[in-house]
Design a binder for this molecule. Structure first.
Ligand SMILES: *Cc1c(COP(=O)(O)O)cnc(C)c1O
Length: 389
């Protein structure tokens, strides 16, 4: 069977060392070696999130569980919350917060755009909001939001700041403590580089205090920090403990991946993602394709959402790409689902992987009747690589 290159915005291609870390006999969740591994994961997370004072949570589940845990623990009935949305995942956060009784307001950007800081500040001035959520990279539009000024506004208006970093942590710059972000949520299968199954959260001391001072019980038993906090503390202090069985083998893989990320160096890693993303965007633009993202300075470094040219149909396009053993994703934003495709470029991927993707895209476009100069996207990409060397 031919190897397929998985270039969707999660799950991504995983390193063989990460994968082989999972292929071992499962040890007890209270085995000293596993306690040690869990403890290392917590301290590596603090380094990678740049949150030395943060409380880490590593829980079995997907990114949506991480969002759900933030909502369940920090929202009480009737709380005013503000959701800044740049697409599908912003709306999901609102749905989650509403489920826990929030009185939510949503500021929705136009598709491919961002919500202005002026609009956010105006809304924060209008009433005291307990918390604000926003999406670092919305995977439905490929739009990146700059967290720093939004976190500064939250500080100014004494509002908890919650960042959905599922499609950004470990690839786009985040300095959680320094920027004043109270909660960052993510998942294993995107830039963290571990197969799906882990929800990861980093919570500031201020947000933990808000949780401690709740008047009502957390309405979700599995998500309740009260159940997980003693477990995280025990692992950190290298003591055995139990609430719900952790996914032992996934956490062994997490340690390997977090170490690799730390070894690459965060700044170098952000730069690598930026370079590949910008070269990829230049390549697709050189053959007349356009991004969903309206302003390239907001285009994510973790994925690109690219509009089909006129006349190219999603099923035909994606089919021809996959016949070249490259898997890219279709649209996700409900309003424009049929109008664009998405290419993930995060984690261990290299320029050679993107050359394979561009080759498959060019092949598919030709096959589907799009008129362009064959080879130009590849050449554009290659020229950028050559300039760099
Ligand atoms: C993927 C993603 C999620 C959801 O994560 P799951 O692991 O699929 O539950 C949430 N937010 C963003 C920005 C994502 O990219």
């Amino acid at each position: 069977m031919t190897k397929q290159l998985l270039m969707i915005p999660g799950p991504i291609e995983f390193d063989t060392k990460v994968l082989s870390a999972m292929s071992v006999p499962t040890v007890s969740h209270v085995a000293p070696s596993f306690i040690n591994c869990f403890s290392n994961c917590i301290s590596l997370m603090k380094t990678i999130f740049r949150a030395p004072k943060g409380q880490a949570f590593i829980v079995s589940g997907s990114g949506t569980l991480a969002m759900d845990m933030a909502g369940a623990n920090l929202v009480e009935n009737g709380d005013d919350v503000l959701v800044i949305s740049t697409g599908y995942f912003g709306e999901r956060f609102k749905t989650i917060l509403d489920r826990y009784g929030a009185n939510s307001t949503i500021l929705q950007s136009e598709i491919g755009g961002v919500v202005s800081l002026e609009a956010i500040e105006k809304e924060l001035q209008s009433k005291p909001y307990k918390l604000l959520t926003f999406t670092h990279v919305d995977t439905s539009t490929g739009v990146r939001v700059n967290p720093k000024p939004i976190a500064a506004l939250c500080k100014k208006y004494d509002t908890l700041c919650i960042l959905d970093g599922v499609c950004s942590v470990a690839a786009e710059e985040i300095a959680q403590d320094e920027w004043g972000i109270d909660v960052v949520v993510t998942a294993s299968q995107k830039a963290i580089g571990v197969p799906p199954g882990l929800a990861l959260l980093m919570v500031s001391p201020k947000a933990m205090l808000v949780w401690e001072n709740r008047k009502s019980l957390v309405a979700n038993y599995y998500s309740d920090f009260a159940n997980w906090l003693p477990i995280m503390k025990a692992y950190e202090e290298k003591r055995p403990s139990y609430f719900g069985t952790p996914p032992v083998n996934l956490i062994l893989a997490l340690e390997v991946s977090l170490k690799q990320i730390q070894e690459e160096g965060m700044q170098k890693r952000f730069e690598r993602h930026r370079f590949l993303a910008e070269a990829f965007v230049a390549a697709v633009e050189s053959i007349g394709l356009e991004l969903v993202c309206k302003d390239n300075k907001n285009a994510a470094f973790t994925l690109s959402a690219v509009r089909y040219p006129q006349g190219v149909q999603p099923v035909d396009f994606l089919g021809a790409v996959s016949s070249r053993n490259v898997i890219v994703a279709g649209g996700l934003h409900p309003a424009i689902k049929q109008e664009y495709f998405r290419v993930g470029h995060m984690g261990i991927i290299s320029s050679s992987d993107l050359i394979a993707v561009l080759s498959a895209i060019e092949y598919s476009l030709s096959k589907n009747g799009y008129d362009f100069e064959s080879g130009k996207a590849l050449k554009t990409f290659q020229d950028i690589l050559n300039q760099d060397n």
